[in-house]
Design a protein around this ligand. Structure first.
Ligand code: MEV
Length: 444
Protein backbone atom coordinates (compact mmCIF):
# COMPACT_ATOMS: atom_id res chain seq x y z
CA UNK A 1 0.00 0.00 0.00
CA UNK A 2 1.23 3.50 -0.83
CA UNK A 3 2.52 5.34 2.23
CA UNK A 4 0.82 8.54 3.38
CA UNK A 5 2.74 11.79 2.89
CA UNK A 6 2.74 12.57 6.57
CA UNK A 7 4.35 9.23 7.41
CA UNK A 8 7.36 9.90 5.19
CA UNK A 9 7.67 13.46 6.46
CA UNK A 10 8.33 12.27 10.02
CA UNK A 11 12.07 12.76 10.44
CA UNK A 12 12.43 13.71 6.78
CA UNK A 13 15.17 16.27 7.43
CA UNK A 14 17.29 13.69 9.21
CA UNK A 15 17.37 11.39 6.17
CA UNK A 16 20.18 11.39 3.64
CA UNK A 17 19.39 12.90 0.25
CA UNK A 18 19.09 9.41 -1.26
CA UNK A 19 16.64 8.39 1.49
CA UNK A 20 14.57 11.54 0.93
CA UNK A 21 14.31 10.79 -2.76
CA UNK A 22 13.32 7.21 -1.97
CA UNK A 23 10.71 8.39 0.52
CA UNK A 24 9.20 10.72 -2.08
CA UNK A 25 9.07 7.83 -4.54
CA UNK A 26 7.26 5.70 -1.95
CA UNK A 27 4.45 8.25 -1.74
CA UNK A 28 4.32 8.59 -5.50
CA UNK A 29 5.62 12.18 -5.55
CA UNK A 30 8.62 11.13 -7.64
CA UNK A 31 9.28 8.37 -10.12
CA UNK A 32 12.51 6.47 -10.85
CA UNK A 33 13.22 8.69 -13.86
CA UNK A 34 12.86 11.83 -11.67
CA UNK A 35 15.25 10.40 -9.10
CA UNK A 36 17.72 9.54 -11.83
CA UNK A 37 17.43 13.08 -13.23
CA UNK A 38 17.92 14.77 -9.84
CA UNK A 39 20.72 12.42 -8.80
CA UNK A 40 22.64 13.26 -11.96
CA UNK A 41 22.46 16.96 -11.13
CA UNK A 42 19.33 18.01 -13.05
CA UNK A 43 19.41 19.92 -16.29
CA UNK A 44 22.75 19.84 -18.08
CA UNK A 45 21.92 20.22 -21.76
CA UNK A 46 22.49 23.91 -22.45
CA UNK A 47 20.58 23.85 -25.74
CA UNK A 48 17.38 24.38 -23.76
CA UNK A 49 18.94 27.39 -22.03
CA UNK A 50 19.70 28.81 -25.48
CA UNK A 51 15.98 28.70 -26.20
CA UNK A 52 15.15 30.68 -23.06
CA UNK A 53 17.70 33.49 -23.08
CA UNK A 54 20.57 34.97 -25.03
CA UNK A 55 24.36 34.73 -24.61
CA UNK A 56 24.05 31.48 -22.64
CA UNK A 57 27.22 30.18 -21.00
CA UNK A 58 25.72 27.54 -18.68
CA UNK A 59 23.19 27.05 -15.87
CA UNK A 60 23.11 28.66 -12.45
CA UNK A 61 22.45 25.89 -9.93
CA UNK A 62 20.24 26.61 -6.94
CA UNK A 63 19.51 24.19 -4.07
CA UNK A 64 16.12 22.51 -4.45
CA UNK A 65 14.39 21.40 -1.24
CA UNK A 66 10.89 20.41 -0.24
CA UNK A 67 8.62 21.97 2.35
CA UNK A 68 6.99 19.30 4.46
CA UNK A 69 3.94 19.19 6.76
CA UNK A 70 1.70 21.42 4.65
CA UNK A 71 -2.00 20.68 4.68
CA UNK A 72 -3.86 23.31 2.70
CA UNK A 73 -7.64 23.24 2.38
CA UNK A 74 -7.52 19.71 3.77
CA UNK A 75 -5.05 18.45 1.14
CA UNK A 76 -1.41 17.41 1.73
CA UNK A 77 1.32 18.76 -0.51
CA UNK A 78 5.01 18.19 -1.19
CA UNK A 79 6.10 21.73 -1.95
CA UNK A 80 9.29 22.33 -3.97
CA UNK A 81 11.43 25.30 -2.95
CA UNK A 82 14.47 26.50 -4.92
CA UNK A 83 16.38 28.93 -2.74
CA UNK A 84 19.88 29.69 -1.47
CA UNK A 85 19.10 31.21 1.96
CA UNK A 86 19.78 29.00 4.97
CA UNK A 87 16.86 28.25 7.32
CA UNK A 88 13.98 29.23 5.02
CA UNK A 89 12.97 25.63 4.34
CA UNK A 90 13.59 24.48 7.93
CA UNK A 91 11.56 27.37 9.36
CA UNK A 92 8.59 26.92 7.04
CA UNK A 93 8.45 23.17 7.73
CA UNK A 94 8.49 23.81 11.47
CA UNK A 95 5.65 26.34 11.30
CA UNK A 96 3.65 24.13 8.93
CA UNK A 97 3.97 21.33 11.48
CA UNK A 98 2.72 23.60 14.25
CA UNK A 99 -0.30 24.61 12.17
CA UNK A 100 -0.95 21.03 11.11
CA UNK A 101 -1.07 19.98 14.77
CA UNK A 102 -3.05 22.90 16.13
CA UNK A 103 -4.73 24.78 13.35
CA UNK A 104 -5.65 25.03 9.70
CA UNK A 105 -4.79 26.72 6.42
CA UNK A 106 -7.57 27.78 4.08
CA UNK A 107 -7.17 29.63 0.81
CA UNK A 108 -9.16 31.17 -2.03
CA UNK A 109 -8.69 33.18 -5.21
CA UNK A 110 -11.01 36.17 -5.46
CA UNK A 111 -11.60 37.35 -9.02
CA UNK A 112 -10.40 35.85 -12.28
CA UNK A 113 -9.21 38.60 -14.59
CA UNK A 114 -5.75 39.97 -15.28
CA UNK A 115 -5.23 43.52 -16.54
CA UNK A 116 -3.71 44.92 -19.74
CA UNK A 117 -3.08 48.63 -20.27
CA UNK A 118 -3.23 50.79 -23.38
CA UNK A 119 -1.93 54.32 -22.87
CA UNK A 120 -3.03 57.39 -24.82
CA UNK A 121 -0.55 59.90 -23.45
CA UNK A 122 -2.00 63.08 -24.91
CA UNK A 123 -5.72 62.73 -25.32
CA UNK A 124 -7.51 65.64 -27.00
CA UNK A 125 -10.73 65.19 -25.07
CA UNK A 126 -10.89 62.57 -22.33
CA UNK A 127 -14.70 62.70 -22.19
CA UNK A 128 -15.07 62.06 -25.95
CA UNK A 129 -12.45 59.33 -25.84
CA UNK A 130 -14.20 57.54 -22.98
CA UNK A 131 -17.59 57.80 -24.71
CA UNK A 132 -16.26 56.36 -27.96
CA UNK A 133 -14.43 53.50 -26.29
CA UNK A 134 -17.40 52.54 -24.15
CA UNK A 135 -19.74 52.61 -27.14
CA UNK A 136 -17.42 50.21 -29.01
CA UNK A 137 -16.58 48.11 -25.98
CA UNK A 138 -18.62 45.01 -26.83
CA UNK A 139 -17.35 45.01 -30.39
CA UNK A 140 -13.73 45.27 -29.24
CA UNK A 141 -14.20 42.44 -26.73
CA UNK A 142 -15.71 40.33 -29.49
CA UNK A 143 -12.91 40.90 -32.02
CA UNK A 144 -10.16 40.47 -29.42
CA UNK A 145 -11.68 37.13 -28.38
CA UNK A 146 -12.26 36.03 -31.98
CA UNK A 147 -8.90 37.08 -33.43
CA UNK A 148 -6.44 36.74 -30.53
CA UNK A 149 -7.78 35.11 -27.36
CA UNK A 150 -9.77 32.33 -29.09
CA UNK A 151 -7.71 29.61 -27.34
CA UNK A 152 -8.64 31.05 -23.96
CA UNK A 153 -12.28 31.37 -24.98
CA UNK A 154 -12.27 27.66 -25.83
CA UNK A 155 -10.98 26.93 -22.31
CA UNK A 156 -13.62 29.11 -20.67
CA UNK A 157 -11.63 32.36 -20.43
CA UNK A 158 -10.87 35.32 -22.68
CA UNK A 159 -11.43 39.07 -22.68
CA UNK A 160 -14.27 40.01 -20.32
CA UNK A 161 -14.30 43.77 -20.06
CA UNK A 162 -12.81 47.03 -21.30
CA UNK A 163 -12.64 50.06 -19.03
CA UNK A 164 -11.30 53.59 -19.37
CA UNK A 165 -9.27 55.36 -16.68
CA UNK A 166 -8.27 59.00 -16.39
CA UNK A 167 -4.70 59.34 -15.10
CA UNK A 168 -3.33 62.79 -14.22
CA UNK A 169 -0.19 63.75 -16.13
CA UNK A 170 0.92 65.92 -13.23
CA UNK A 171 0.70 69.15 -15.25
CA UNK A 172 -3.04 69.73 -14.85
CA UNK A 173 -3.96 67.64 -17.91
CA UNK A 174 -4.86 63.96 -18.12
CA UNK A 175 -3.85 60.90 -20.07
CA UNK A 176 -6.32 58.16 -20.96
CA UNK A 177 -5.62 54.57 -20.11
CA UNK A 178 -7.70 51.70 -21.43
CA UNK A 179 -7.83 48.61 -19.22
CA UNK A 180 -8.45 45.25 -20.82
CA UNK A 181 -9.69 42.60 -18.38
CA UNK A 182 -9.09 39.01 -19.38
CA UNK A 183 -9.42 35.60 -17.75
CA UNK A 184 -6.18 33.75 -18.63
CA UNK A 185 -7.40 30.35 -17.30
CA UNK A 186 -4.32 28.33 -16.31
CA UNK A 187 -1.83 30.57 -18.10
CA UNK A 188 -0.02 33.44 -16.43
CA UNK A 189 -1.33 35.35 -19.42
CA UNK A 190 1.39 37.95 -20.04
CA UNK A 191 2.01 37.08 -23.70
CA UNK A 192 -1.59 36.71 -24.70
CA UNK A 193 -2.57 39.90 -22.86
CA UNK A 194 0.17 41.87 -24.61
CA UNK A 195 -1.01 40.50 -27.95
CA UNK A 196 -4.62 41.46 -27.19
CA UNK A 197 -3.61 45.00 -26.23
CA UNK A 198 -1.46 45.45 -29.31
CA UNK A 199 -4.25 44.07 -31.50
CA UNK A 200 -6.71 46.60 -30.04
CA UNK A 201 -4.39 49.52 -30.70
CA UNK A 202 -5.55 49.99 -34.30
CA UNK A 203 -9.32 49.88 -33.67
CA UNK A 204 -8.90 52.25 -30.72
CA UNK A 205 -7.04 54.75 -32.89
CA UNK A 206 -9.66 54.40 -35.65
CA UNK A 207 -12.68 54.84 -33.36
CA UNK A 208 -11.28 57.75 -31.41
CA UNK A 209 -8.83 59.55 -33.71
CA UNK A 210 -6.35 59.46 -30.80
CA UNK A 211 -2.82 58.04 -30.86
CA UNK A 212 -1.91 55.02 -28.71
CA UNK A 213 1.44 55.48 -26.98
CA UNK A 214 2.10 52.01 -25.58
CA UNK A 215 0.50 48.72 -24.54
CA UNK A 216 1.53 46.29 -21.80
CA UNK A 217 -0.01 44.13 -19.10
CA UNK A 218 -0.11 45.42 -15.52
CA UNK A 219 1.42 43.45 -12.66
CA UNK A 220 -0.86 45.16 -10.17
CA UNK A 221 -3.63 42.62 -10.64
CA UNK A 222 -6.05 43.82 -7.97
CA UNK A 223 -8.83 42.16 -9.97
CA UNK A 224 -7.51 38.71 -9.07
CA UNK A 225 -6.31 38.39 -5.52
CA UNK A 226 -5.17 35.30 -3.63
CA UNK A 227 -6.04 34.94 0.04
CA UNK A 228 -4.59 32.50 2.55
CA UNK A 229 -5.81 32.28 6.12
CA UNK A 230 -3.99 30.49 8.92
CA UNK A 231 -5.82 29.84 12.15
CA UNK A 232 -4.09 28.44 15.24
CA UNK A 233 -6.21 27.29 18.15
CA UNK A 234 -5.16 27.46 21.79
CA UNK A 235 -1.97 29.41 21.34
CA UNK A 236 -0.01 30.73 24.33
CA UNK A 237 -1.74 34.11 24.83
CA UNK A 238 1.57 35.89 25.47
CA UNK A 239 2.96 34.63 22.16
CA UNK A 240 -0.27 35.50 20.33
CA UNK A 241 -0.11 39.04 21.64
CA UNK A 242 3.53 39.41 20.63
CA UNK A 243 2.78 38.22 17.09
CA UNK A 244 -0.17 40.62 16.90
CA UNK A 245 2.11 43.46 18.01
CA UNK A 246 4.76 42.48 15.45
CA UNK A 247 2.04 42.47 12.79
CA UNK A 248 0.84 45.93 13.82
CA UNK A 249 4.43 47.18 13.53
CA UNK A 250 4.55 45.92 9.92
CA UNK A 251 1.13 47.40 9.15
CA UNK A 252 2.01 50.85 10.40
CA UNK A 253 5.69 51.32 9.61
CA UNK A 254 6.95 50.99 6.01
CA UNK A 255 10.50 50.32 7.22
CA UNK A 256 9.28 47.24 9.05
CA UNK A 257 6.74 46.38 6.34
CA UNK A 258 9.52 45.99 3.76
CA UNK A 259 11.34 43.44 5.93
CA UNK A 260 8.14 41.67 6.91
CA UNK A 261 7.19 41.34 3.25
CA UNK A 262 10.69 40.14 2.38
CA UNK A 263 10.09 37.37 4.90
CA UNK A 264 6.78 36.50 3.22
CA UNK A 265 8.55 36.42 -0.15
CA UNK A 266 11.13 34.10 1.40
CA UNK A 267 8.35 31.53 1.17
CA UNK A 268 6.77 32.67 -2.08
CA UNK A 269 9.78 33.15 -4.37
CA UNK A 270 11.34 29.70 -3.92
CA UNK A 271 8.11 28.00 -5.03
CA UNK A 272 7.80 30.39 -7.97
CA UNK A 273 11.38 29.63 -9.01
CA UNK A 274 10.95 25.87 -8.59
CA UNK A 275 7.78 25.86 -10.69
CA UNK A 276 9.27 28.06 -13.43
CA UNK A 277 7.03 31.03 -12.70
CA UNK A 278 7.90 34.71 -13.16
CA UNK A 279 8.88 35.75 -9.64
CA UNK A 280 9.64 39.34 -10.69
CA UNK A 281 6.05 39.77 -11.85
CA UNK A 282 4.65 38.38 -8.60
CA UNK A 283 7.02 40.48 -6.48
CA UNK A 284 6.10 43.65 -8.38
CA UNK A 285 2.39 42.92 -7.93
CA UNK A 286 2.74 42.17 -4.24
CA UNK A 287 4.74 45.31 -3.48
CA UNK A 288 2.37 47.51 -5.48
CA UNK A 289 -0.64 45.97 -3.73
CA UNK A 290 1.11 46.50 -0.39
CA UNK A 291 0.88 50.27 -0.91
CA UNK A 292 -2.59 50.44 -2.43
CA UNK A 293 -3.82 52.96 0.18
CA UNK A 294 -0.81 55.22 -0.37
CA UNK A 295 1.44 53.79 2.34
CA UNK A 296 3.60 50.68 1.98
CA UNK A 297 2.24 48.14 4.45
CA UNK A 298 2.51 44.50 5.41
CA UNK A 299 0.77 42.10 3.03
CA UNK A 300 0.00 39.86 5.99
CA UNK A 301 -2.00 40.57 9.12
CA UNK A 302 -2.09 38.61 12.38
CA UNK A 303 -4.66 39.08 15.15
CA UNK A 304 -5.88 37.30 18.24
CA UNK A 305 -9.12 35.55 17.62
CA UNK A 306 -11.24 33.62 20.20
CA UNK A 307 -8.26 32.40 22.20
CA UNK A 308 -6.42 31.59 18.98
CA UNK A 309 -4.40 33.44 16.37
CA UNK A 310 -5.47 34.21 12.82
CA UNK A 311 -3.20 35.33 10.00
CA UNK A 312 -4.26 36.58 6.58
CA UNK A 313 -2.26 37.03 3.39
CA UNK A 314 -3.98 38.88 0.57
CA UNK A 315 -2.29 40.02 -2.63
CA UNK A 316 -2.20 39.41 -6.38
CA UNK A 317 -0.29 36.20 -7.05
CA UNK A 318 -0.73 35.42 -10.72
CA UNK A 319 0.99 32.21 -11.82
CA UNK A 320 0.64 29.80 -14.70
CA UNK A 321 0.62 26.05 -15.02
CA UNK A 322 0.57 25.97 -18.81
CA UNK A 323 2.92 27.69 -21.23
CA UNK A 324 6.23 29.35 -20.50
CA UNK A 325 9.07 27.81 -18.54
CA UNK A 326 6.66 25.81 -16.33
CA UNK A 327 6.01 23.44 -19.19
CA UNK A 328 9.49 23.52 -20.75
CA UNK A 329 12.12 23.34 -18.03
CA UNK A 330 12.47 19.68 -16.97
CA UNK A 331 13.12 20.60 -13.29
CA UNK A 332 10.09 22.90 -13.21
CA UNK A 333 8.02 20.12 -14.80
CA UNK A 334 9.25 17.65 -12.20
CA UNK A 335 8.41 20.13 -9.40
CA UNK A 336 4.95 20.74 -10.82
CA UNK A 337 4.32 17.01 -10.94
CA UNK A 338 5.56 16.54 -7.38
CA UNK A 339 3.39 19.39 -6.14
CA UNK A 340 0.36 17.97 -7.89
CA UNK A 341 -1.70 21.15 -8.13
CA UNK A 342 -4.54 20.85 -10.58
CA UNK A 343 -4.82 24.48 -11.75
CA UNK A 344 -3.07 27.85 -11.76
CA UNK A 345 -5.44 29.00 -9.03
CA UNK A 346 -4.55 26.06 -6.81
CA UNK A 347 -0.83 26.72 -7.37
CA UNK A 348 -1.39 30.37 -6.46
CA UNK A 349 -3.26 29.36 -3.27
CA UNK A 350 -0.47 26.98 -2.22
CA UNK A 351 2.15 29.68 -2.78
CA UNK A 352 0.16 32.22 -0.76
CA UNK A 353 -0.09 29.68 2.07
CA UNK A 354 3.68 29.10 2.03
CA UNK A 355 4.29 32.87 2.22
CA UNK A 356 1.94 33.29 5.16
CA UNK A 357 3.36 30.30 7.05
CA UNK A 358 6.90 31.55 6.41
CA UNK A 359 5.85 34.90 7.88
CA UNK A 360 4.44 33.20 10.98
CA UNK A 361 7.75 31.41 11.56
CA UNK A 362 9.68 34.67 11.24
CA UNK A 363 7.37 36.59 13.58
CA UNK A 364 7.43 33.82 16.16
CA UNK A 365 11.24 33.69 16.08
CA UNK A 366 11.58 37.48 16.17
CA UNK A 367 9.24 37.89 19.14
CA UNK A 368 10.70 34.99 21.15
CA UNK A 369 14.26 33.73 20.67
CA UNK A 370 15.22 36.46 18.19
CA UNK A 371 16.69 36.27 14.74
CA UNK A 372 20.18 35.31 15.90
CA UNK A 373 19.04 32.17 17.67
CA UNK A 374 16.45 31.28 15.05
CA UNK A 375 18.35 32.20 11.90
CA UNK A 376 22.05 32.80 12.46
CA UNK A 377 22.46 29.49 14.22
CA UNK A 378 21.61 27.83 10.95
CA UNK A 379 24.01 30.21 9.27
CA UNK A 380 27.02 28.66 11.01
CA UNK A 381 27.49 26.17 8.20
CA UNK A 382 27.67 28.97 5.64
CA UNK A 383 30.20 30.78 7.80
CA UNK A 384 32.26 27.63 8.11
CA UNK A 385 32.16 27.19 4.34
CA UNK A 386 32.93 30.87 3.84
CA UNK A 387 35.99 30.53 6.06
CA UNK A 388 37.21 27.74 3.80
CA UNK A 389 36.46 24.73 6.02
CA UNK A 390 36.60 21.34 4.35
CA UNK A 391 33.70 18.90 4.63
CA UNK A 392 35.22 16.99 7.58
CA UNK A 393 36.02 20.26 9.42
CA UNK A 394 32.58 21.83 9.06
CA UNK A 395 30.82 20.11 12.02
CA UNK A 396 33.65 21.09 14.36
CA UNK A 397 33.73 24.69 13.21
CA UNK A 398 29.93 24.81 13.48
CA UNK A 399 29.96 23.43 16.98
CA UNK A 400 32.54 25.98 18.11
CA UNK A 401 30.60 28.82 16.42
CA UNK A 402 27.44 27.71 18.21
CA UNK A 403 29.33 27.86 21.49
CA UNK A 404 30.55 31.36 20.69
CA UNK A 405 27.02 32.35 19.68
CA UNK A 406 25.55 31.05 22.94
CA UNK A 407 28.02 33.10 24.98
CA UNK A 408 28.44 36.30 22.95
CA UNK A 409 25.06 36.34 21.10
CA UNK A 410 27.01 37.22 17.94
CA UNK A 411 29.03 35.39 15.35
CA UNK A 412 30.73 36.54 12.19
CA UNK A 413 32.92 35.29 9.38
CA UNK A 414 36.03 36.42 11.26
CA UNK A 415 34.99 34.11 14.16
CA UNK A 416 34.75 31.26 11.68
CA UNK A 417 38.18 32.09 10.23
CA UNK A 418 39.73 32.18 13.73
CA UNK A 419 38.04 28.92 14.72
CA UNK A 420 39.29 27.22 11.57
CA UNK A 421 42.83 28.48 12.20
CA UNK A 422 42.69 27.10 15.77
CA UNK A 423 41.34 23.81 14.52
CA UNK A 424 44.07 23.44 11.94
CA UNK A 425 46.71 24.40 14.49
CA UNK A 426 45.38 21.63 16.74
CA UNK A 427 44.31 24.08 19.42
CA UNK A 428 40.61 23.32 19.39
CA UNK A 429 39.08 20.88 21.81
CA UNK A 430 35.85 19.85 20.08
CA UNK A 431 35.50 16.26 18.93
CA UNK A 432 33.69 15.49 15.70
CA UNK A 433 31.30 13.05 17.39
CA UNK A 434 29.89 15.81 19.58
CA UNK A 435 30.14 18.41 16.87
CA UNK A 436 27.21 17.42 14.69
CA UNK A 437 25.00 20.42 14.11
CA UNK A 438 21.56 19.83 15.56
CA UNK A 439 19.94 23.09 14.64
CA UNK A 440 19.20 22.24 11.02
CA UNK A 441 17.31 19.12 12.03
CA UNK A 442 14.67 20.48 14.34
CA UNK A 443 11.75 20.86 12.02
CA UNK A 444 10.49 17.46 11.05
C1 MEV B 1 15.11 37.18 6.73
O1 MEV B 1 15.41 36.56 5.49
C2 MEV B 1 13.63 37.41 6.86
C3 MEV B 1 13.19 38.15 8.12
O2 MEV B 1 13.90 39.36 8.24
C4 MEV B 1 11.70 38.42 7.95
C5 MEV B 1 11.12 39.33 9.01
O3 MEV B 1 11.83 40.16 9.58
O4 MEV B 1 9.89 39.21 9.22
C6 MEV B 1 13.46 37.33 9.35
Amino acid sequence: MKKQLQDVFKGFSKLSREERLKALREVGALQDSDIDYLSKGGLRDTSLGEKFIENVIGYFQMPLGVATNFRIDGKDFVIPMAVEETSIVAAVCKSAKWIRESGSITTEVVGSDIIGQIQIAKVKSFADFEKQILSQKNYMIEIANREVAFGLVRRGGGVRDIQVRRVPRGDGTDMAVVHVLMDPCDAMGANIMNQVCEYLKEPIEQFTGEKVTMCILSNLVDTKVTRAVVHIKDIDPVLAEKIEEASLFAQQDPYRAATNNKGVLNGIDPVLVATGNDWRAVEAGIHAYACRDGQYRSITRWYRDNGGLTGVFEAPLVVGTVGGVTALHPTAMLCMKMLGTSSANELSRVIAAVGLVQNLGALKALTTVGIIEGHMKLHTKNLALGAGAEEREIPMVQKKLEEILAIRKRISLSNAIDVLKELRAGQMSVTSSTATSSSTHQHS
